[in-house]
Design a protein around this ligand. Structure first.
Ligand code: ADP
Length: 264
């Protein structure tokens, strides 16, 4: 009685009779569809900046070398090149994380140090924005896992808060002990997200506001990277958001992956 199955049916002669083979290809078709969708998204995301680049190159062929036009063209072309570079980097990170074994690397991760670097980085990044920051980091709380994956998870969430937060705005980042587990949370006073989008945010290439997100250079891969990185650490992204007020992206790292450096 199921209507969600795709079946492939083959009939072949079998002696004086016929043999009918029915195969359930639902999963296979679903994967093919996802693969096609993925390739079409990647092509689209790469073609958009390439079209802008080609447009400017053609314009520079025609125009007399007016310095103002050159300056504008140079700026636009650099932005598009950075955008393509970011996209390719994110695709590589995602591919590496997806291909990694489910039990991720068991490196000792000095999370407070990662937080310190991240804090310097975002303060620089947001130096021309009206944003205030508060980092609350438990200096004794380390964890085990993959440094590359966890760095991606922390960085993407904090960078998103900076990208999407309205100005003037406030961003709070915390890494604290919660009943022997480690809890990471980024809270922003940004635009918030409507409930209908929440469940889809970690899908590859999903963006709430494509135009705004494109302005910020995002291709909709960041949260997908976070989701996969957390899965490898038996954790899950939780998103609480109130439209017009702000959002909180958080996750909990299980106690057996935690290292409490003060107890050593
Ligand atoms: P992107 O590269 O577009 O930022 P992400 O996967 O990181 O992709 O995020 C997916 C979408 O989720 C974004 O396009 C944005 O619409 C929304 N989003 C992510 N973080 C925030 C946030 N802190 N506040 C509001 N919207 C957010």
């Amino acid at each position: 009685n199921r209507t969600d199955l795709t079946l492939e049916c083959r009939v072949m002669p079998y002696g004086t009779q016929f043999l009918m083979i029915v195969r359930d290809v639902t999963q296979q078709r679903k994967l093919e569809k996802m693969r096609k969708h993925f390739i079409s998204n990647v092509s689209h995301e790469l073609r958009t900046p390439l079209t802008v680049l080609r447009g400017y190159l053609e314009m520079l062929d025609d125009e007399l070398p007016d310095p103002a036009i050159w300056i504008r063209a140079h700026q636009m072309m650099s932005e598009q090149a950075i955008r393509m570079d970011n996209l390719v980097n994110q695709l590589l990170v995602l591919a590496r994380i997806e291909a990694a074994p489910v039990i991720s690397a068991q490196e000792e991760i000095d999370v407070p140090k990662l937080m310190d670097i991240l804090e310097h980085e975002v303060r620089q990044l947001a130096s021309n924005k009206e944003l205030t920051f508060c980092f609350k980091v438990d200096e004794c709380l380390w964890m085990r896992g993959s440094i590359e994956q966890m760095r991606s998870a922390f960085t993407n969430l904090v960078h998103n808060a900076v990208k999407y937060c309205n100005q003037p705005g406030h961003i709070e980042v915390s890494w604290q002990c919660d009943s022997q587990c480690g809890r990471f949370a980024v809270t922003d006073s940004g635009p918030g997200i409507l409930p209908k989008h929440l469940l889809r945010l970690t899908e590859r290439f999903y963006r709430v506001d494509k135009d705004r997100s494109r302005d910020t250079g995002g291709a909709g891969l960041g949260l997908s990277i976070v989701k996969h990185a957390l899965q490898h650490h038996r954790s899950e992204l939780s998103i609480d958001s109130e439209f017009g007020k702000g959002s909180c992206f958080s996750f909990i790292i299980p106690d057996d992956l935690m290292l409490h450096k003060d107890h050593e």
